[in-house]
Design a protein around this ligand. Structure first.
Ligand SMILES: Cc1ncc(COP(=O)(O)O)c(C=O)c1O
Length: 403
């Protein structure tokens, strides 16, 4: 029993909360945040502010007095708009299925959708498989819920500068225990840009079915896809009505709305009452004005998405070409999302590299170690920015490596 007189106030906080890791991305960001001339590619957001027609919808809602508590699941207009959007871009949720509004629940960003998904399927003592490199918030949400993230390193295969990441199902099987409850699948992936093929999604679904696991599918970058077809393959393409799949989604990236904090959870409608309770006891709902902005985004945002995706693709190719020119690049060209996850021969400590790039190259990157142990040696560069910046970053890093 510790001596109560020597305990700090923090020691009285729940152990799950004390166990929360501090983000390795934030450390580098804090280190370099005010550097003159630094080009920041460390955070996962674009440089476009939200278009006026989306902001106007929120302003009009506020002016019209839409300032009250609202539906826990989201306003009907938004749930219908999301259902229409999904129908237009994903076709059918599964064979013979239908994207009814009752499948969609408005949340405070994709992060809140993920929080609710985690709360639905994993709690104290449970384990959840997280293929890594992975966005650190998956692990953070699990630890906060008392569950344990189990890192399952993906395999980097092929040529050093033309490789591909892969989830090997045998690695997931090896990580199973009687406490395993769920598998998180983030495709296209932050940070690697890895995008599952239909065959890979089928394999992951078969694994989840065989072992009675939930899948938490984070497909928020599904429209940022550079492979064949208009969007990334989705579990919607391969699942059945009775599959236990929860989807986290967000308005943040497609519609340049990171600061608005609005997203959605897609789940079997039978879970509606449980989800509404979780909303009630966490945020009690999403502001109506924000939801009106989201409805406008869906209605008028396709040009914005097209512009961003085209720019991301061009930036990806320019950045990869500049870094390939160093002859030291280790990287899988991302099929989706807007990150290059790369290493350089001779560089092993990604945190040290990220800090040195701030000081010596004027570039802000996220250290690969922040995305799991397998990410050590890599850094993540977010190229959802104006092309001049991305080209300049390629030049600065190449010059720094050549010194
Ligand atoms: C993979 C992934 N999922 C979910 C989110 C959540 O987005 P937000 O909470 O901003 O809507 C992000 C944001 O960076 C992400 O990269």
């Amino acid at each position: 029993m510790p001596d109560p007189t020597t305990l700090s106030i923090l020691d009285h906080v729940r152990p799950e909360v004390r166990a929360l890791p501090t983000s390795g991305i934030v450390e580098v960001f804090d280190y370099g945040r005010n550097r003159q001339g630094l080009i920041p590619l460390w955070v996962g957001e674009g440089d476009l502010s939200t278009p006026g027609f989306i902001c106007d919808a929120a302003a009009a809602a506020l002016a019209a007095g839409e300032t009250f508590y609202t539906y826990q699941a989201g306003i009907p207009d938004l749930r219908s708009a999301i259902a229409g959007y999904m129908e237009a871009h994903y076709g059918r949720p599964f064979d013979g299925g239908h994207f009814g509004p009752e499948r969609f629940f408005a949340t405070v960003g994709g992060m809140h959708a993920l929080q609710i998904a985690v709360r639905l399927v994993a709690g104290t003592g449970d384990e959840v498989l997280v293929p890594t490199p992975a966005w650190p918030n998956f692990g953070g949400a699990l630890v906060a819920a008392g569950a344990a993230p189990v890192e399952c390193p993906m395999r980097f295969e092929g040529e050093a500068d033309h490789g591909r990441w892969r989830i090997a199902v045998e690695d997931l099987e090896a990580a199973l225990t009687p406490r395993t409850r769920a598998l998180i699948v983030n495709s296209p992936s932050n940070p690697t840009g890895w995008t599952a093929t239909h065959g890979e999604l089928e394999g992951l679904l078969a694994f989840a079915r065989a072992n009675g696991l939930w899948i938490v599918a984070d497909e928020i970058y599904g429209r940022f896809f550079h492979g064949p077809g208009p969007r990334a393959p989705s579990f919607h393409d391969v699942m059945r009505a009775d599959d236990r799949v929860l989807f986290a989604q967000t308005f943040s990236k497609n519609w340049a709305m990171t600061g608005w904090r609005i997203g959605w959870l897609e789940a079997p409608p039978e879970l509606g009452p449980a989800i509404e309770n979780l909303v009630q006891y966490s945020t009690s709902g999403v502001p109506v004005a924000t939801q009106r902005a989201a409805v406008a985004a869906i209605a008028g945002g396709e040009d914005l998405i097209r512009t961003q995706v085209e720019r991301a693709r061009a930036n990806r190719d320019l950045l990869a070409a500049a870094l390939r020119g160093t002859g030291r690049l280790r990287c899988a060209l991302p099929d989706g999302a807007f990150y290059l996850f790369c290493g350089f021969d001779g560089v092993t400590d990604s945190r040290a590299l990220a800090l040195r790039l701030v000081d010596e190259a004027g570039v802000g990157v996220a250290p690969g170690s922040a995305f799991g142990a397998i990410g050590e040696g890599f850094v993540r560069l977010c190229y959802a920015r104006r092309t001049e910046d991305v080209v300049e970053v390629g030049r600065r890093i190449a010059a720094w490596l050549a010194r």
